[in-house]
Write a protein that binds this ligand. Structure first.
Ligand code: BT5
Length: 308
């Protein structure tokens, strides 16, 4: 959202403000104030114009409003519908941008890992964060863990007890609520850019996403304020980006995988055993009975309850 519009909204959160006073405060003409107010109304903000001036009555639960009240130094680019927020964030990366977050209500070509389809109906939270961390490329997986932590924390704050399944799923009661796709470009000793894509089944009808072992916040708790949830997700992810030492302890706290018997398909082999720990930058240690095998990537299946 335009900086000026955010300033208009900030002024209105303090109470009703007359048009001329608002114009003075922002150093713009009254006509410009009127135009900003009209644009905000079109974006779904309920702004009344009464005797006392403009009054902010309600903020939309999603849309460009995600930028309003967000406590992180990022630019939010919002789309009602886009093919893929990761694709768009990669485009911004190629243009040299940093600190951008692309958010959409619907994706028409959402992607999971290994080019799998990712169902992204209207009502979800589909977003991609563009980062330029000064770390070697081998450290990139820790940002997937950070995104899982940020998503889990934001969902828990919304009242749903989510957990993390290694490496990239946020689950509720064993069912997939969110997935993460991290893409990057760089050289061995330095990441150029990193795009962390998060797909969260927020206010979507469970029938609109693949039926097997999936869930949504709509199904779990009747739905959430997506603006608040998305803002918390972005804020926590930003904090973790600047405090990498906090990522693993938080991941372990939220993990559902640790202590369980798992089967991990890595592409060229299958590792079966008890998941004992996760290590920087995101590898899983699996105790097979013979030895502890460290797995860097793969699809993980939980075989038995924790401790089993
Ligand atoms: C993931 O892949 O879990 C990563 C998903 C990342 C999606 C986000 S949305 C914003 C950004 N823009 C993009 O284009 N992508 C990112 P993976 O672990 O490979 O899981 C994919 C599998 O999950 C599919 O093969 C389906 O079986 C299942 N699936 C598809 N859509 C789903 C959904 N909405 N909810 C739960 N499971 C789904």
């Amino acid at each position: 959202m335009q900086e000026r519009r955010i300033q208009v909204l900030e002024a209105l959160t303090e109470g009703p403000v007359a048009g001329p006073a608002l114009a003075d405060r922002l150093g713009v003409s009254r006509a410009a104030v009127w135009k900003h107010v009209e644009a905000l109304r079109e974006a779904g903000f309920d702004i009344a114009g009464g005797e006392n001036g403009y009054e902010l009555r309600s903020v939309p639960e999603f849309g460009p409003a995600v930028a309003f009240g967000l406590d992180a130094p990022v630019d939010v680019e919002y789309h009602d519908s886009i093919d893929s927020t990761n694709r768009r964030a990669r485009e911004l990366a190629a243009r040299g941008r940093d600190g951008a977050v692309v958010v959409a209500d619907e994706q028409t070509g959402g992607r999971g890992r290994l080019d799998r389809d990712w169902a992204s109906p209207s009502g979800g939270v589909w977003l991609s964060v563009l980062l330029r961390p000064t770390v070697p490329a081998a450290h990139a997986p820790v940002y997937t863990l950070a995104a899982a932590v940020a998503t889990t924390r934001a969902v828990r704050e919304a009242g749903v007890e989510a957990n993390i399944k290694w490496p990239n799923d946020v689950i509720v009661g064993g069912r997939k609520l969110a997935g993460i796709l991290t893409e990057m470009e760089g050289e061995a000793d330095r990441v150029d850019w990193l795009v962390v894509g998060i797909g969260l089944n927020a206010n979507v009808d469970p029938g609109a996403v693949p039926a097997e072992n999936t869930t949504s916040l709509h199904a779990e708790c009747g739905g959430v304020d997506r603006r608040v949830l998305t803002q918390r997700l972005i804020e926590v992810l930003h904090d973790l980006h600047t405090d990498r030492d906090a990522i693993l302890p938080a991941w372990r706290e939220y993990a559902d995988t640790l202590g369980r018997r798992v089967r991990v398909e890595t592409g060229d082999r299958t590792v079966e055993g008890r998941a004992v720990d996760v290590e920087y930058p995101g590898t899983l240690d699996v105790d097979t009975g013979d030895s502890v095998v460290t797995v860097a990537a793969g699809d993980c299946e939980h075989l038995r309850p924790a401790g089993g």
